[in-house]
Design a binder for this molecule. Sequence first.
Ligand SMILES: Nc1ncnc2c1ncn2[C@@H]1O[C@H](COP(=O)(O)OP(=O)(O)OP(=O)(O)O)[C@@H](O)[C@H]1O
Ligand SMILES: [Mg+2]
Length: 475
Amino acid sequence: MTAEPRPMPSVFSGLSSKLIATIIGVILLVEVVVFLPSIANFRASWLDDRLRVGVVAARVLDAVPDVMALPRNLTDRLLNSAGADAIVYRREGQSQLIELADAKTPANVVTADMRQRDMLTLIMGAGNTLLGAGDRTLRIVGQGDADQSMVELLMPEGPLKRDLFDYSRDFFIISLIIASLTAVVLYVLFSVLFINPIRRLTENMIGYRQAPENATLIIAPSQRRDEIGIAERELAAMETDLFSMLRQRRHLADLGLAVAKINHDLRNTLTSAQLLSDQVATLDDPKVQRLAPRLVTTLDKAIGFAQSVLDYGRESAALPQPEPVNLKALLDDAAFDAGLAGHPSIAFSNDASADLMLNIDAGQFGRVFLNLLKNAREAMEAAGSKIAAPAVAVNVTSTAEGVTVAVSDNGPGLPPRARDNLFVAFDGSARAGGTGLGLAIARELTEAHGGKLRFVDRPLGARFELSLPASMRIS
Ligand SMILES: Nc1ncnc2c1ncn2[C@@H]1O[C@H](COP(=O)(O)OP(=O)(O)OP(=O)(O)O)[C@@H](O)[C@H]1O
Ligand SMILES: [Mg+2]
């Protein structure tokens, strides 16, 4: 367990605070969207009420031949019932006016033309009333009850402004109550349904990662059928797998350590035996001379085996260290190490482009190619003169999808025994003296780079194809 496990998120970065902020934000937005048309409508019906009285008054005026002759207290009552300082009635170019006895000349007049009733104008009018100075005179203009007639009322804007302000305040108090109630209900619902289960998942992951060998920390999945339920079950399965894998790995590691120790001692003992056998080989006895070389090769093989098992154990943990590598040069070096370059009977060819650069671990890929080329050489040499013109070819193709390196030979092909356990460590060998590690290591190293190594069956010889993702290519 390398990195420190991250703690749970703080109050401000957690899901709950994001949820509360989102709920409040959305409700406020909705309130604003609802508020604007509401105050516009409130103001419009307030003005309509006044206009209606104005229209009745106008009808009276219209019926009277001489307005000036009307008794003062009657006109004042009419005006008071509409809350107006003055009423003007216009029809066919003529206008009639009644006004309060003590009417002052209106200053700072703002007009509300109720013949324009589109929402935007109404909203802007309401905004103007709410935000404007309180001492203005309001001129309400509306349609009279006859065609081509018009009624105008003059009154102080103060009462409208007050009513509108009271309405807005009530609106905000009620929406605040609704918003808080909605936020609380939504928060509780979301917490119970989503946030708490997600927190449980998160806490379990953090806790389990700290002690993956503790089976009691494996999450107990709920019966939910939704995505959270699936996540819980998948997590439980993953933790169970991890738990048994870790236990298995510990056992294997213990075993491996024991094998490595035995192997190490064995190799030392074999090396002493090799020294002895070298000395024996110098004896003149013809019988010894005949047996000694076989003894030496057998010991060589045993030491080689012990060495490669040790190497395998050491190698498995190394992470790739990618660096820019010239593929052609790397392949040529591997061919040299595999004993193919300058081989007396096997022809070797490498068609990789000289300027193809890859971002890979040179050491690890050198070993991959060495194993593939060595296998080909060993198979051809074992087949001996049965093959007419033995040849090993490396073909490199570089396309948009990626880079493919194919190592093919015209040798005997894979024996059935090798085919069954190909790429399986210690099991894949069908060759005397082979450990069966070469291909297993080659595949492991290729896959650690995100690549793939596969065997391609063909009638004559063997072909191994190694493909790497295009992202590994530098040029
Ligand atoms: N090019 C090839 N032609 C024929 N047989 C092959 C070829 N490559 C691999 N094989 C067969 O596959 C087997 C497994 O190869 P692998 O490299 O894994 O093990 P090995 O060569 O036997 O041992 P090691 O490489 O560990 O010394 C070989 O024993 C051989 O029988
Ligand atoms: Mg091999």
